[in-house]
Design a protein. Structure first.
Length: 424
């Protein structure tokens, strides 16, 4: 089987690493990929939203399946593009159709979906520049801190949590009138603040059946102790120690099942991953957000714990036979630590040579994210550069191994958090 993965991050390198283990795989392509995927697959310099070029590649390389990594092409309708073209409509795409991808493409759409299907979430209202004054009034009705979310995709940066009412009003105006996040903030969702501990649950569905994948907890803030600016994720741990059987049953009954059934009721065609961002408040699960793909860096701890042949699993999704798969999971804990460029998530330099990846012991796996090849050398090409994943009997043991192996890797300005799991 010939498979194409769309994307260029650590998530896509992890998919490539896992798919590569299948005896059913013939050729693996990644577009555009990174220096890590280049070692195990063929990178093709095509953008994830260049659908015509993707079609040409699929036809010229006789590709049998497309796995979509990031949210952008899904929200832009890559699955529908395949379905609507006679030459490629028979090729399965792992990822939801455009209508369903609105779960991530629009915060307001997602909140309405949750309300419609009685899925527990924070109270909210949505506003545009036309009813800015009502937005101010709604903020006044809430207690601090105030949560403002740009409705559209803002590359993980469109959520503000503010302590001061006046600052919240100013930021609301800046988002709606000043277009702080461009088109993403033409609508802003204001939510009540939920105080608790977060986790993520991942579900794979074929549109009819579903499997619940391992839980994970990621760390978004750049600074230790969860301080400083939000990033795309500084590391992750799976499973989440506080998500016991009783809590997981609540998540399944109140969130997972109603989500999959809600997609069917609303006629939102879905073959792919659902990432459910949750918060545990007074021992109850509430949904913060949906993503319509796997998370990054969570993929780097979730997929290594799945023992099944991933090609077989994806074939079952395509054939709507996921119920026939017996999901096998590794009982050990997996942790990943993300290294980032100096200055990230603000301005940073690219092109720094990375040394020592080859010195990492076989106790750990290196998943590359923001890397590329230059004159035969691996160099930095993004804010989040690479992740080091390890197993252990518990998260402390797994982290110890990741940190030990990180000592082997170097590039100018390298930074990573040394306190992952501090809140567990």
């Amino acid at each position: 089987m010939n498979i194409l993965i769309l994307g260029a991050g650590g998530r896509e390198h992890t998919f490539a690493w896992k798919l590569k283990q299948s005896p059913k795989l013939n050729n693996l392509f990644v577009a555009p990929g990174n220096a890590g995927t280049a070692e195990i697959a063929k990178n093709i310099p095509i953008g994830v939203n260049d659908f015509e070029a993707i079609k040409e590649l699929v036809l010229s390389e006789a590709i049998n399946m497309v796995v979509v990594g990031p949210e952008d092409p899904l929200v832009n309708g890559v699955h529908d593009f395949f379905l609507n073209d006679a030459a490629i409509k028979h090729i399965p795409v792992i990822g939801p159709e455009k209508a369903a991808a609105e779960l991530e493409g629009s915060k307001d759409f997602a909140k309405q979906f949750m309300m419609r299907h009685n899925i527990p979430t924070a109270a909210y209202e949505s506003f545009t520049k036309d009813n800015l004054e009502e937005g101010y009034a709604f903020l006044e009705s809430l207690k601090a801190p105030y949560v403002l979310k740009a409705d559209g995709l803002a590359a993980g940066k469109g959520v503000l949590i503010l302590q001061d009412l006046q600052e919240a009003k100013d930021e609301l105006k800046e988002m709606l009138v000043g277009a702080k996040f461009g088109n993403a903030s033409t609508t802003v969702v204001i939510e009540e603040f939920l105080d608790g501990i977060e986790l993520s649950v991942f579900v794979l569905t074929d549109g009819e059946n579903y499997k619940v994948l391992p839980t994970a907890k990621d760390y978004k803030r750049i600074g230790e102790g969860d301080t400083g600016l939000n990033t795309g994720g500084m590391g992750a741990i799976s499973p989440v120690p506080f998500a016991d059987d009783v809590f997981m049953t609540k998540i399944h009954d109140r969130v997972v099942k109603p989500t999959v059934e809600g997609l069917k009721k609303d006629n939102l065609p879905y073959k792919g991953f659902i990432f459910i961002g949750l918060i545990k408040v007074a021992n109850e699960p509430l949904v913060i957000e949906y993503n319509v793909r796997m998370g990054d860096p969570e993929t780097e701890v979730v997929l290594p714990r799945v023992k099944n042949d991933l090609v077989e699993v994806f074939e079952a999704v395509a054939a709507q036979k996921l119920n026939e798969i017996d999901l096998q999971l590794d009982d050990r804990t997996a942790t990943t630590v993300m290294t980032v460029s100096g200055g990230y998530p603000e301005a940073y330099e690219k092109g720094k040579e990375i040394t020592g990846i080859e010195n990492v012991s076989n106790e750990s796996i290196v998943f590359q994210a923001g890397t590329t090849l230059k004159d035969g050398k691996v160099v930095t090409n993004g804010g989040r550069v690479l992740a080091v994943t390890s197993f252990g009997t518990n998260f402390k043991e797994a982290l110890k191994t990741s940190y030990k192996n990180l000592d082997n890797i170097a590039f100018e300005g390298v930074y990573y958090r040394k306190d992952l799991g501090f809140d567990l």
